[in-house]
Ligand binder design. Structure first.
Ligand SMILES: Cc1cc2nc3c(=O)[nH]c(=O)nc-3n(C[C@H](O)[C@H](O)[C@H](O)COP(=O)(O)OP(=O)(O)OC[C@H]3O[C@@H](n4cnc5c(N)ncnc54)[C@H](O)[C@@H]3O)c2cc1C
Length: 148
């Protein structure tokens, strides 16, 4: 994998030129995809967290681009609100945490639940077979409504 990535960086026509003057600053290392949505606060005194920093990746799919971008939109609206009211305190920014929970809470806690379920392989397969049609029916309108 490392060799493959190194080769792309050195030779791929769409990538190599971007690294022409770059030098490696450390060893290669893996990094986990953060899905710790329910664990920490997403805002505090004069700050808000978005995307991976807020643990918004989907635990089951390991996708975080869509939720990350959506959290940027929610964050921007909150900033406009803060500027409009000239308030940046912990208490005022709490509405950001609430908005994130409203937007992603159900989706992300469900994906975390499904991830846990996959650890019991036979039970997961059994339930997936039984519930497939039911989920497909419920998921479609959800997918059409959301952009992530
Ligand atoms: C191998 C892999 C595959 C993935 N595949 C998918 C996928 O198919 N679909 C999907 O939806 N998600 C995927 N993800 C997850 C997705 O990449 C992340 O959830 C998403 O990129 C998070 O966006 P972000 O803006 O929060 O963070 P990032 O994209 O990590 O952006 C953070 C940026 O901040 C910069 N930065 C860090 N520290 C500092 C600093 N001190 N000063 C200035 N800049 C700083 C970083 O260089 C980086 O550019 C994948 C992740 C990995 C690792």
């Amino acid at each position: 994998m490392i060799d493959e990535v190194a080769k792309i960086i050195q030779t791929h026509p769409k990538v190599a030129y971007k690294f022409k003057n770059a030098s490696q600053v450390g060893n290669w290392r893996g990094w986990g995809i953060p899905y710790h949505f329910g664990v920490q606060k997403k805002s505090g005194n004069r700050f808000m967290l978005v995307g991976d920093a807020a643990g918004l990746a989907n635990a089951f799919y390991k996708e975080g681009v869509g939720t990350g971008m959506m959290s940027g939109i929610i964050c921007a609206k909150q900033i406009a609100n803060c500027l409009g009211k000239d308030r940046f305190t912990v208490n005022f920014l709490e509405t950001y945490d609430i908005s994130l929970k409203k937007e992603f809470g159900k989706l992300l806690s469900f994906s975390e639940f499904v991830l846990k379920l996959t650890r019991k392989r036979s039970l997961f397969i059994f339930l997936a077979r039984i519930l497939k049609k039911k989920f497909e029916k419920r998921i479609k309108p959800l997918m059409l409504r959301r952009s992530y």
